[in-house]
Design a protein. Sequence first.
Length: 387
Amino acid sequence: MKETRHRAAGTAVKFEEPLHVGRPNIGDRDVFVERVNRILDSHWLTNDGPMVHEFEERVCELQGVRNCISTCNGTVALELAYRAVGLKGKVIVPAFTFVATVHALWWQGLTPVFCDIDPETHLIDPKKIRRLITRETSGIVPVHLWGRPAQTREIREVAEAHGLELIYDAAHAFGVSGPDGRIGNFGRCEVFSFHATKFLNSFEGGMITTNDDELAEKLRYMRNFGFDGYDTVVHPGINGKMPEVCAAMGLTNLESMDDFIGVNRRNYECYREELENIAGISMLSYPQHYKQNFQYVVVMVDRDVFGVSRDRLVEWMHENNVLVRRYFFPGVHRMEPYRSLYPESAERLKMTDHVSSRILVLPTGTSISEKEIRGVCALLDSCPRER
Ligand SMILES: Cc1ncc(COP(=O)(O)O)c(C=O)c1O
C-alpha cells in the first residue's frame, strides 16, 4: 500500500476551486431571510432586541446554563469577562491558542504567563499550571482547544487551592460535553465565539455563559455602556452588543447544528480512514463517549517519517488549491509584543513549540464532500518527498 502511494508521489489531484479551512456553514437560507425581514419590519436592529433574547435563551437551554450574554464577537467577550471577574496582575494562559485569548488579557492591562501544553491533547497541562503560580497570579484562562474539553476537574482543584479566578476560552467548544458535564458551565464563566469560521456562526459574535447571576448582571451592564434603562449609568461599560441580524443568523444556524456536527463527524471519519495508512501523518482524535463538534481536522506531520517538512507540505497543498492552515503557528509567545517582552518564556514552552512546528489543519464542514476529502488525502500523500 505504502509503496504504491509513494510511486504516485508528484501526481497532484486537481482542485479547480480553492478549498478553505473554516468555510462558513450556512443553515436554512429562507428561514434566515424571513428572520431578517422581521427585523427590518420591526426597525429594531440592535440594543437587546427579540432575536438576541431568543438566541440567548436557546443557548442557555442547549448548554444547560443559567445565563448567556451575547456579544459582538468572542474577543470583546473575553475582555468583558476578564474585567468583570476582576483579574489583576498575572494570568496563566496557554501560548498554543489563537492570539485573541492573550491579546484580550493584554488589552485589559494584564500580564500573560504562558503555560505549556500536553503534546498528546494540545491542552494546557494542569501540573505545569501549579509551577507558575506566584503571589501576583490572579487567574487561569484555559482553552478548550479544537473543542476538546480541558481537564476541568484538575484545573478547578488548582484554582481553588490557590484562590484563583478561572475563565475558560471555549471559542472552539460550542455544543461540546466532557466527563464533567456540558461546556459552558465551568469556571466563573466561559466564552464562546460565533465567528464566521466557527462551525456555528452568527457572522461575527460571541457569548459569555455563567451560572453566577451577579456576574451575569454586571456583564449585561458592561456590554451596553453600563446603562440601566434609558438615562441611568450604573457601571463603566463599552459597546459589546450583538446586533439582531447576527442573532438571526445564530438562531438559524442553531436549528441546523446537529446536521453540521453530523457532517463534521462524517468528514472526520473519512479523513481518519484515508490518513491512517500515510506514514508520518497522525490525526488528533476526539474523546469518545461525549458530545463533540468535530469542527477541526488536526494532523501532525513528522518530517523524519513523512519525508517532507510540514512547511513544504503546506506549500504543496496551496500550490494545488487546498488551503490548509498552520493553526496555531507560531505559538503566541513568539508573536509581538510577547516575544520581545518575555523572551525567556520559550524555555518552558517546549511542547508548544514541538506541536506548533508540526501542526496542520485540513478543510472540513458542510462545503466539502467525501470525494473531495479523499482527493485532499491523495494530494497530501502525493507530495514529492525530499529524500
Ligand atoms: C481560541 C480562540 N479564542 C478567541 C477567539 C476570538 O473570537 P472572535 O474571532 O469571535 O473574536 C478565537 C477565534 O476567532 C479563537 O479561536
